[in-house]
Design a protein around this ligand. Structure first.
Ligand SMILES: Cc1cc2nc3c(=O)[nH]c(=O)nc-3n(C[C@H](O)[C@H](O)[C@H](O)COP(=O)(O)O)c2cc1C
Length: 278
C-alpha cells in the first residue's frame, strides 16, 4: 500500500507539538503535506480520504488533551483513514490524554495505526524555573523522524487496508517516574491547595512601560483573550493559560508566574523519553 498525502493536524500554542508533527511527517517522506493548524481556529468540516495518512498532534493540559484542541478537532472525519495519534507533554505526565485522543479518533472514522508520546518544554517554564527546557531537542526530533519512517514502512508492507493493522494505544509503555519526587510533588500540591494561595488565572503584563503594543500577543493567543489596543489586559474567562503570549513577547513584558512552575521544576528534573507504538 502507498499513501501520497498526509494531513498534518495540530494544535500548538507554544510550537512544541508543531515541531514534533513536522519531524514525524518529514520522516515519512510523504511530499504532499496538507497542514491543518487548529491553534487559532477550528478545522471546520474536513473529510480525510482513506488513501491519505492523518497525523494528529496535540498538547496535554492537566493530564487531558488540551480542551480547546479537542473542541477544534470535532469537524474532522476519516473514511477508515490510517491515522497517527501523538500527545506532547511537559515532562510531568500525560495521564488520560492519549486514550482521549483515541476515543475521539475511532468514532470519527480513523484507523489508528500508530501512537506516540513526546516531551515538549513546559508552557510554564521560565529561566528561573526551567521545566523540560529545549525539548523537543535534537534527539527527540530524530526519534520523531525515525517514527515517521517506521510508519511509512508499516503502510508499505501492508498489501491492502485490511492488513494495515490498528494499534491499541493503551498498550504504549508509560515513562518511568521516580517515586520520591512524585510523592514530593503531590505533597506540595496538597499543601499549596490547603494554603488557599490564589493561583493566577491568566498571564499578565508585569511592567506596563515595557509593552510596545506590537500586538503579537493578540495574534498568538489561540483563545481571543487579548484585544488589539488593549494589550495590557487579558480576559481571564477566555484565557487557557497556554502561555503563547508570554513566549511570543519579544520585550518579555508578559509573565505567568505560577507556584506550579516552581513545583514542576523542582520535582520533575529527570527527563522523560518519548514512547511510540506501531
Ligand atoms: C494549562 C496547561 C496544563 C498543562 N498540563 C500538563 C500536564 O498535565 N502534564 C505535563 O506534563 N505537561 C503539562 N503542560 C505542559 C504542556 O503539555 C507542554 O508544555 C506542551 O509541550 C505544550 O505544547 P505546545 O508547545 O504545542 O503548546 C501543561 C501546559 C498548560 C499550558
Amino acid at each position: 500500500m502507498t499513501v501520497n498525502e498526509a494531513y498534518l493536524i495540530y494544535f500548538s500554542p507554544t510550537h512544541t507539538s508543531k515541531q514534533i508533527a513536522e519531524a514525524i511527517v518529514h520522516g515519512t517522506g510523504i511530499k504532499n503535506i496538507l497542514p491543518i493548524n487548529v491553534t487559532q481556529q477550528a478545522a471546520g468540516e474536513i473529510v480525510i480520504p482513506a488513501s491519505a495518512l492523518a497525523i494528529i498532534v496535540v498538547p496535554v493540559y492537566g493530564g487531558h488533551v488540551a480542551p480547546l484542541a479537542m473542541e477544534r478537532l470535532q469537524g474532522i472525519r476519516g473514511l477508515d483513514t490510517p491515522t497517527v495519534l501523538v500527545v506532547v507533554y511537559g515532562n510531568r505526565a500525560y495521564e488520560k490524554a492519549l486514550m482521549e485522543l483515541d476515543a475521539f479518533a475511532i468514532p470519527h472514522g480513523m484507523k489508528v495505526i500508530a501512537g506516540a508520546t513526546f516531551i515538549g518544554e513546559h508552557s510554564y517554564s521560565t529561566d528561573e524555573h526551567p521545566i523540560a527546557v529545549g525539548r523537543p531537542d535534537d534527539s527527540d526530533l530524530a526519534l520523531a523522524a525515525e517514527f515517521g519512517k517506521k510508519i511509512r514502512k508499516k503502510i508499505e508492507t501492508a498489501d491492502a487496508m485490511d492488513t494495515l493493522y490498528p494499534v491499541d494505544v493503551r498498550a504504549i509503555k508509560r515513562p518511568s517516574q521516580p517515586f520520591i519526587p512524585l510523592f514530593r510533588f503531590l505533597r506540595k500540591v496538597i499543601k499549596l491547595r490547603k494554603s488557599g494561595t490564589p493561583l493566577p488565572r491568566a498571564p499578565w503584563v508585569e511592567n506596563e512601560s515595557v509593552c510596545t503594543h506590537c500586538g503579537l500577543c493578540v495574534v498568538r493567543c489561540p483563545a481571543g483573550a487579548i484585544t488589539k489596543g488593549d494589550e495590557l489586559h487579558t480576559d481571564e474567562a477566555k484565557c487557557i493559560k497556554c502561555c503563547a503570549c508570554v513566549k511570543a513577547c519579544t520585550k518579555k513584558a508578559r509573565v505567568y508566574d505560577t507556584p506550579f512552575a516552581t513545583l514542576l521544576s523542582d520535582c520533575f528534573k529527570k527527563q522523560k523519553q518519548p514512547q511510540t507504538i506501531l
